[in-house]
Write a protein that binds this ligand. Structure first.
Ligand SMILES: [Zn+2]
Ligand SMILES: [Zn+2]
Length: 248
């Protein structure tokens, strides 16, 4: 699977892997990588860095929205191979180490296999290593509050619910919100297009996930880069409010 790399703003690229997205923020040839796809997306991940004129050695840090396998897939690979720091919200650090797992179980997925799209999605997940565990041995919390001193100067914003330590990353100057799985614009097993919460079975705490949409609605921006689905353009506030309406 080759990478589908799309420039969405100055120095900002949304990459579509098989069923999940990651984001590359560039500053010269140095980059910040936000999420890393499934373990099986590694070739596409490395290709995407080359496509923006960078390389794995030039990744200043990997930021993780949350420690699910479809976002954490190559974090430990980059950590172990290139010494890349892997940063997450402090509540997500033990999740990245796999001290516990807040991810939908295979049993729950199997009970939902009659739903449209679930079976092909499950086959894809298995093919891309979605049930393999690749814990990060030394994940780190953000060093301080506010903008991180990294390419793109992303600001982590805690949006718990999908997992306890889920964060979105706000780029205030570019008007971009990287929303991970707190707010998506589509999913292989959803028949809805546009801003929405992921299907219920994927959330650790759905009520909290709905509450976090209010946090996202408070972020200035007009480009939404979700963990699943295409780029969504238009006020981020409206996108979050639409997802909230659809959640009830
Ligand atoms: Zn997730
Ligand atoms: Zn995801």
């Amino acid at each position: 699977m080759s990478a589908d790399v799309r420039q969405v703003a100055d120095g900002t690229y949304l990459v579509h892997g098989g069923n999940t997205n990651w984001v590359i923020l560039t500053d010269g040839d140095a980059v910040t990588l936000v999420d890393t796809g499934y373990p099986g997306d590694r070739r596409a991940l490395l290709d995407s860095l080359a496509a923006v004129g960078s390389s794995p050695e030039a990744v200043a840090a990997v930021l993780i929205t949350h420690a699910h396998n479809d976002h954490l897939g190559s974090a430990q690979y980059l950590r172990a191979t290139h010494g890349t720091p892997v940063l997450l919200h402090e509540a997500e650090v033990p999740h990245a180490r796999r001290d516990f797992l807040q991810q939908v179980s295979v049993g729950t997925v199997l009970r939902n296999v009659w739903r449209p799209g679930v079976l092909p999605w499950m086959v894809h997940v298995l093919r891309t290593g979605g049930t393999e565990q690749h814990p990060v041995t030394t994940p780190a919390p953000f060093p301080a509050d506010g903008a991180l001193d990294l390419p793109g100067r992303p600001v982590p914003v805690h949006t718990p619910g999908h997992t306890d330590g889920h964060c979105v990353y706000h780029l205030p100057d570019a008007g971009v919100v990287i929303s991970g799985d707190a707010l998506v614009s589509g999913h292989a097993i959803s028949r809805t297009e546009g801003p929405q919460l992921l299907p219920d079975l994927f959330h650790h705490d759905r009520t909290r996930a709905i509450g976090s949409l209010d946090v996202i609605a408070g972020l200035e921006g007009d480009v939404l880069l979700p963990g699943h689905g295409p780029v969504h353009r238009g006020p981020v506030r409206d996108a979050a409010e639409l997802a909230r309406e659809r959640a009830f």
